[in-house]
Design a binder for this molecule. Sequence first.
Ligand code: NAD
Length: 296
Amino acid sequence: MNIAFIGLGNMGGKMAQNLLKAGLNVYGFDLSETAVTYFTEAGGIACDSPQAAARTADVVITMLPAAKHVKDVYLGENGVLAVLKAGSLCIDSSTIDPQTIKDIAASAAEREITICDAPVSGGTIGAQAGTLTFMVGTDEATFIRVKTVLSPMGKNMVHCGDVGAGQIAKICNNLILGISMAAVAEGMALGVKLGIDPQALAGVINSSSGRCWSSEVCNPWPDICENAPASKGYKDGFATQLMLKDLGLAVEAAGQVKQPVVLGGLVQQLYQQLCMQGNANLDFSSVIQQYLPKQA
Ligand code: NAD
């Protein structure tokens, strides 16, 4: 099977490497020369446009920053839909709004090409280890095909419903994650200010009803979780600007259906401030800095 992989960044580069390790032919394209170099060093075949990568592909996988890039790669001047054969399968694993992928899928269907959404959870560590969770939006028959393609890159494939449903699951999960991280940061900072030892407080939370992923696995207070970004200067995690993007998607989608997302809107402002302060690339658990005295 020939696979075209478009978007070989922090996530896509590692995912493509796992396809290569599984012995598949992977044709790749990225705008970044550095990303392409890593890809070719791992055995990938570099192409000079999305169309060149897709021309002989049975499956196209995209892992791009945002909706405008995804639209461009499928429908733009050099868009892959124009060169794919009927019956091809495209899997978009970027995090974007549900409506965009539905619109692209409708254009693809006119050419007898199937597109599904399969955003991921698990971050760069999961991408490297091949243990991502994929949230897939497509019909039952396509899901079986998609699972086979994704298996070298993930350990959980969840069928969420029709096209767009994977993105709905992803943005709702990250809405909860953004809120829960801010809640843990607020509680940890208050406790320490009131005089409790942060280790003792984390121990209580993690054996009580405040326990969640943000307190137990990725606690925002340094040195509570050995491998968490907070214990490594908030580096190498899930960038604050990506969390801000996902909260924006959730708030926008909520607006479209007139559904309140009160806490989502509030924490969006917290992460926005963090980005404005120059911390856009730090892990989103650095939101705790909004609750701590500024260092001189
Ligand atoms: P990234 O910025 O590291 O990678 C994106 C890559 O796309 C870059 O290398 C860029 O050069 C390339 N690109 C942009 N426009 C292009 C185009 N027109 N054609 C070809 N290549 C193009 O981002 P990432 O961290 O890999 O994230 C990718 C997606 O995955 C995003 O939608 C993000 O929200 C989502 N995501 C990221 C994480 C994470 O932990 N980083 C976790 C889950 C989901």
